[in-house]
Write a protein that binds this ligand. Structure first.
Ligand code: DAH
Length: 339
């Protein structure tokens, strides 16, 4: 039995020596030292031995067990070390290699303007309203008091989807949606994409952006419209900026005005930017027409409102001195990265 144990030890030690992984070693531990392992099964036969033999064999068995355990543990350490070295050498960092450059993205100039304008109005207590780009003809024209023979309703001016739907030509239909669905008082700003059947040239694009504003409540006045827009242009173009309200006509406002600001390039003296006029037109505005209020279920005898709308591309072109609207949509990074 003693010899059996010693043979076993020899075989086990050579297997341990050849083990190549931690799992391998664990397998050997189970095979030799486990509950159902080979040493255990030899020891189970101890009962057959004489009283003198038993302690001698027991001693040998213990020595064999200890030697196997010791060898397995030290082999384990050895393998761990080798694996660690392997890992270290495979992860060598060459600090002389050129670094990887990560380019950080940025917002498109149109998005920048929209963010800047909405932030100014949010500071004035406005919240943001949104409407769909595919809009009903009713919301885009009829409810806004645009008579059936209005030039902007001409088929050639507009992308119609069917007899009831079109790609909205302006953000003004969001006014209708807001007045029909929200509680008074209303104070919203609505940026969004619009579409018109225009051939692209330096100042026209069939797709463009507008920002609409609407305030409705009791005792809303034209003085408040002027105050609000004065505040806005000073924030956007600088403190020295003044406004000029020129009478105009929009179907959905009465009275209506186009708003000019003092040229921010020459300060009003006249330069090529303002075509020597000292003023630059930036938006349309007015007091919400009583018919529009009525169309949206609001009593014009009790409530009044003002509205305004501006073209985002126009603002971007003025602010960044871009002379062709098409540049904004070509997505050439050499152009976009300048803003
Ligand atoms: N919707 C007009 C346009 O596309 C712009 C506009 C003018 C909007 C006056 C308004 C407004 O809300 O009051 O030309």
């Amino acid at each position: 039995m003693q010899e059996k144990l010693l043979n076993l030890q020899e075989a086990a030690l050579s297997e341990i020596k050849d083990a190549s992984s931690i799992e391998n070693l664990e397998g050997l531990r189970v095979k030799y030292l486990g509950k159902k392992g080979e040493i255990t099964s030899i020891l189970k036969e101890m009962g057959k031995l004489s009283a003198e033999e038993r302690p001698v064999v027991g001693k040998v068995a213990n020595e064999v067990r200890e030697s196997l355990e010791g060898n397995i543990n030290s082999k384990k350490e050895e393998i761990k070390l080798i694996e660690k070295e392997k890992q270290l050498s495979s992860e060598v960092i060459d600090v002389t290699m050129p670094g990887k450059v990560f380019t950080v993205g940025k917002k498109h100039p149109i998005t920048q303007i929209i963010d800047e304008v909405t932030e100014i109005f949010m500071g004035l207590g406005f919240s943001i309203a949104e409407g769909p780009e595919v809009e009903t003809i009713e919301n885009n024209f009829d409810a806004l008091n645009a008579p059936k023979d209005h030039p902007s309703r001409d088929m050639s001016d507009t992308f119609y989807v069917n007899s009831e739907l079109l790609l909205r030509t302006q953000t003004s239909p969001v006014q209708v949606r807001t007045m029909k669905n929200e509680e008074l008082p209303i104070k919203v700003i609505s940026p969004g994409r619009c579409f018109r059947y225009d051939s692209p040239d330096a100042t026209h694009s069939p797709m463009f952006h507008q920002i609409e504003g609407l305030v409705v409540g009791k005792n809303v006045t034209m003085a408040q419209l002027k105050g609000t827009l004065n505040n806005f242009v000073k924030e956007l173009f600088g403190d020295q900026t003044n406004t000029k309200f020129r009478p105009h006509n929009f179907p959905f406002t009465e009275p209506s005005a186009e708003v000019d600001v003092t040229c921010f390039k020459c300060g009003g003296e006249g330069c090529p930017m303002c075509k020597q006029e000292g003023w630059i037109e930036i938006l349309g505005s007015g007091m919400v027409h009583p018919n529009v209020l009525r169309n949206c279920g609001i009593d014009p005898e009790v409530y009044s409102g003002f509205a305004f709308g501006m073209g985002v591309e126009r603002l971007a072109m003025l602010k960044y001195e871009i002379d062709d609207i098409r540049l904004l949509f070509e997505n050439d990074m050499r152009f976009l990265n300048q803003f």
